[in-house]
Design a protein around this ligand. Structure first.
Ligand SMILES: Nc1ncnc2c1ncn2[C@@H]1O[C@H](COP(=O)(O)OP(=O)(O)OP(=O)(O)O)[C@@H](O)[C@H]1O
Ligand code: SF4
Ligand SMILES: [Mg+2]
Length: 333
């Protein structure tokens, strides 16, 4: 099964915070069923940044949103603190929401334009009041931590730049001391110069507040920069999971190699090439390995049998019938 399997899950590791197992998310539309996420499994480990990368439409956002049950997965489980979130009713789910926060791509439109920045950041404290003290000190501390002058608390979002709005979003996500923050393309809408500042801020906040990050991006250079581990997705499936250094030094899945070859400035030296051909329809995905219609190494078995995820050494896992082992691809960051 392409990209299905659980060999990469960390059974028995007490640091696993969230376990997603065999998660499927499908959408019914007039022309059929969209297979957005098709049997994805992964762990989020305490204190790590897990990068999720893949082309537009591969299911990154849907995967992330389904972790927080928005939308509810079609099947599979999401275990947090020993509880399967997919089995919780809305009221019980509400109680765990503060622990699992999200930051979105467009910082300006994700902030309520009519509220002041203090109100926006402090909203969680009011809604989930029991979890924290609603104090102006707490707000000042957070605003300072994210680099927004607390004296500007009465201003509205439109009075800030995109980068500053993303800092405000980060403060809002941190206010309830979450365990995990899912960052969905948080720097994609920002100028390159501001991107680095926001990435540094996320890294600082991760250390300071002991939060784990899930960092979604279609940009491998950004993913390389920020992630401890990386999960590569293609058409709703997991292709490869590895420590960031290992993945970039020894990419084993042909899709990962093709993605790396497409980074400007990369020195791709094997068969990897720019990804050719159209992305198949998520309503009617290819049988076998979903990448077989575009893979330079595809054989008959790739068209008929879906590969399961298997270890290729250390903490490195790949779902491919013919994983690449030759000369690594060099990627300059
Ligand atoms: N609410 C929805 N209804 C129908 N189809 C959807 C819905 N949300 C997502 N999809 C489809 O599910 C698939 C995965 O979409 P998703 O937004 O998760 O991808 P993504 O990897 O986050 O893409 P991008 O990089 O563009 O943000 C796509 O085919 C998309 O069109
Ligand atoms: S070699 Fe086969 S299984 Fe591996 S990525 Fe290519 S098509 Fe998929
Ligand atoms: Mg997305």
């Amino acid at each position: 099964m392409a990209g299905t399997g659980t060999a990469h899950l960390r059974d028995g590791d007490p640091n696993v915070l969230v376990r997603v197992e065999d998660m499927v998310v499908e959408f019914s539309i007039s022309s059929g069923t969209v297979h957005a996420v098709s049997g994805v499994s992964f762990d989020i480990v305490a204190g790590e940044t897990l990068g999720i990368v893949g082309e537009s439409g591969c299911g990154k956002s849907t995967t992330a949103r389904a972790v927080i049950q928005m939308p509810r997965p079609t099947s599979g489980s999401v275990t947090f603190n020993g509880t399967d979130l997919t089995q919780l009713g809305n009221e019980e789910l509400r109680k765990v929401r503060p622990d699992l926060q999200m930051i979105f791509q467009d910082p300006i439109s994700s902030l309520n334009p009519r509220r002041t920045v203090s109100d926006i950041i402090g909203e969680g404290l009011r809604v989930w009041g029991a979890r924290g003290q609603w104090t102006s000190d707490r707000l000042d501390e957070l605003m300072e931590a994210v680099g927004i002058d607390p004296r500007f608390g009465e201003r509205k979002p439109h009075q800030f730049s995109g980068g500053q709005c993303q800092r405000i979003s980060i403060a809002r996500a941190l206010v309830l001391d979450p365990k995990v923050i899912i960052c969905d393309e948080p720097v994609s809408a920002l100028d390159v110069s501001v991107q680095a500042q926001i990435l540094n801020l996320l890294e600082d906040m991760k250390q300071r507040y002991g939060v784990s990050l899930v960092f979604i991006s279609h940009d491998l250079s950004v993913i390389k920069n920020i992630s401890d581990r990386v999960m590569v997705m293609y058409m709703g499936k997991v292709c490869e999971v590895a420590g960031a250094d290992d993945l970039f030094a020894r990419p084993a899945h042909h899709y990962t190699r093709a993605l790396m070859a497409s980074i400007p400035g990369s020195k791709a030296v094997v068969e990897a090439s720019m990804i050719e051909g159209e992305l198949p329809s998520a309503i009617n995905p290819p049988t076998g390995c979903r990448f077989n219609t575009r893979c330079p190494a595809a054989t008959d078995i790739c068209r008929s049998e879906e590969p399961t995820i298997e270890a290729v050494g250390g903490d490195h896992y790949v779902a491919c019938h013919h994983p690449a082992t030759e000369t690594p691809v060099t990627v300059e960051s």
